[in-house]
Design a protein around this ligand. Structure first.
Ligand code: HEM
Length: 484
């Protein structure tokens, strides 16, 4: 801000910012005190709706550097040349907590990464987990209702959480992950990130590949135990946000090694797991991760509200050479985010500095709306036109995907080894004995708070189906805590 006297929003000098204008020294306040009225009115409007999920978060700018030639799989320009750098903005978050909630919660962490590419912004809106609780977007609002506040008590309720998870056995894999050691990362720097879904890459020749993204932390994985997290949440609720900002201020720039798993399109139909099912990983033995780049965070936002609270990320923001897969969750998300942005930030949210393209410009015929800044000046606002405005390219960003069968509310197709429990059981069996003990303690501590036996038993039953030993030990631990 420039030097000079304090002013009103209209720029007129303010005479007194300590005493409002009254009729006489002890009299009532005057309506003509516009400085007071304007200040109170602006204050009342400081908040925008918080994100309906992932409200609590922190962000930073950075650089993505490509370290491997991937042009045989994608024609995306920002992935075209080894050594090429692309500016990024990454917002981390928890899922269920409100804006002011503590960072050190047991919850997935959001990983919303914007690449400001020369062909437009590419957003990868993932989590720190490779899988998710459900596989169809139609279940998402119900799922989130069980994680958020109960309509009667106003608090998160163990009954709702375990009722939904027990009745949604496809959640068993993600819940096993969440209550394991990685469920509470020590900081945003000490965790991995994942695109989670399967996406389409397509090359110059129009060949299609299915791809999954992994971001492996170069700081090493570090987690908090349940006890450490409870303490930290009380002492420093902003722990993760502070850690990220301070490490960047110190010049310790966190970084991640970027990897992809690539599946040639022809292999999808016969793969042992449905490759578009978000509750499943592709085991690395089947599709080994390939290192392609490095992501570094190196610049803090200057204004948290403008750049973090008003930042928007959409899984529908693709660039040429990258597109969606038929994953039903992803398909639902292609709608949900733009809709949320228009409600939460407004129709011109994409014009804000953090959200607009940085390496190209947006050229549309859309105009006006709340807080439009007149950027298009006198240019024509229709197309086709005879005045040299922007025109379509004729080339879709992604390649067509063949489909068969009739429309209908179909269940996600099962592949030969698909069921809701196999990968949860594999994850459990991979854990060390110590990890298993902590996992069972964490789960039992929460399940034992459920008020009804049938809900608790159904929840335990899912883990028993994943692995008999897992189920037996969990049942005993829950019974011990429930005093039976
Ligand atoms: C169909 C299921 C889903 C729906 C309908 C949905 C919807 C939403 C909505 C409405 C927001 C708030 C957006 C905003 O106000 O800007 C949001 C935020 C977010 N979601 Fe989802 N979500 C779904 C599943 C997922 C999954 C599977 C992931 C990760 C793999 C994910 C990751 C995120 C992240 C990281 C954010 C925060 C973005 C930010 O930092 O601004 N969501 N989601």
């Amino acid at each position: 801000m420039t030097q000079g006297p304090l002013t009103t929003e209209a720029g007129a000098p303010v005479a007194d910012n300590q005493n409002s204008e009254t009729a006489g020294p002890g009299g009532p306040v005057l309506v003509q005190d516009q400085a007071l009225l304007e200040k109170l009115a602006h204050f009342n409007r400081e908040r925008i709706p918080e994100r309906v999920v992932h409200a609590r978060g922190a962000g930073a700018y950075g650089t993505f550097t490509l370290t491997r030639d991937v042009s045989r799989w994608t024609r995306a320009k920002f992935l075209s040349e080894v050594g090429k750098q692309t500016e990024t903005f990454l917002r981390f978050s928890t899922v269920a907590g409100n804006l002011g909630s503590a960072d050190a919660a047991r919850d997935p962490r959001g990983w919303a990464l914007k690449f400001y590419t020369e062909e437009g912004n590419y957003d990868l809106v993932g989590n720190n987990t490779p899988v998710f609780f459900i596989r169809d977007a139609i279940k998402f609002p119900d799922f989130i209702h069980t994680q958020k506040r109960d309509p009667y008590t106003g608090s998160q309720e163990a009954d709702n959480v375990w009722d939904f998870w027990g009745l949604s056995p496809e959640s068993t894999h993600q819940v096993t992950w969440l209550f394991g050691d990685r469920g509470i990362p020590a900081s945003y720097r000490h965790m991995d990130g994942f695109g989670s879904h399967t996406f389409q890459w397509n090359n110059e020749a129009g060949e299609v590949f299915w791809v999954k993204y992994h971001f492996k932390t170069d700081q090493g994985i570090k987690n908090l135990t349940a006890e450490e997290a409870v303490r930290l949440s009380g002492v420093d609720p902003d722990s993760h946000q502070r850690d990220l900002r301070e490490s960047i201020e110190r010049g310790e720039f966190p970084s991640w090694t970027v990897q992809v798993q690539i599946m040639p399109a022809a292999e999808a139909a016969t793969y042992r797991f449905n490759p578009f099912d978000l509750t499943k990983v592709w085991p690395h033995a089947d599709y080994p991760p390939i290192e392609i780049g490095r992501l570094e965070l190196n610049r803090n936002p200057e204004n948290v509200f403008a750049e973090v609270e008003q930042s928007i990320f959409s899984p529908a923001h693709f660039v040429p050479g990258i597109g969606p897969s038929p994953d039903k969750m992803l398909q639902g998300r292609l709608f949900a985010y733009g809709d949320a942005h228009r409600y939460r930030v407004g129709i011109n949210a994409d014009h804000l500095p953090v959200n607009r393209p940085h390496a190209t410009e947006a050229r549309t015929h859309s105009r006006d709306g709340h807080l439009y800044d007149g950027r298009h000046k006198g240019a024509k606002n229709y197309e086709p036109n005879s005045f040299g405005g922007p025109v379509q390219t004729g080339r879709p960003l992604w390649e067509p995907v063949p489909v068969t069968g009739g429309t209908g509310n179909h269940v996600t197709p099962l592949h030969p080894e698909d069921d809701d429990f196999v990968q949860a059981g594999n994850l459990y069996r991979l854990m060390s004995e110590d990890e298993k003990v902590r996992l069972i303690d964490n789960l039992a501590g929460f399940i034992s708070q459920v008020s009804r036996d049938d809900i608790a038993e159904r929840a335990v039953g899912n883990f028993r189906q994943a692995d008999e030993d897992f189920g037996k030990r969990l049942e005993a631990a829950v019974q011990a805590l429930r005093g039976r």
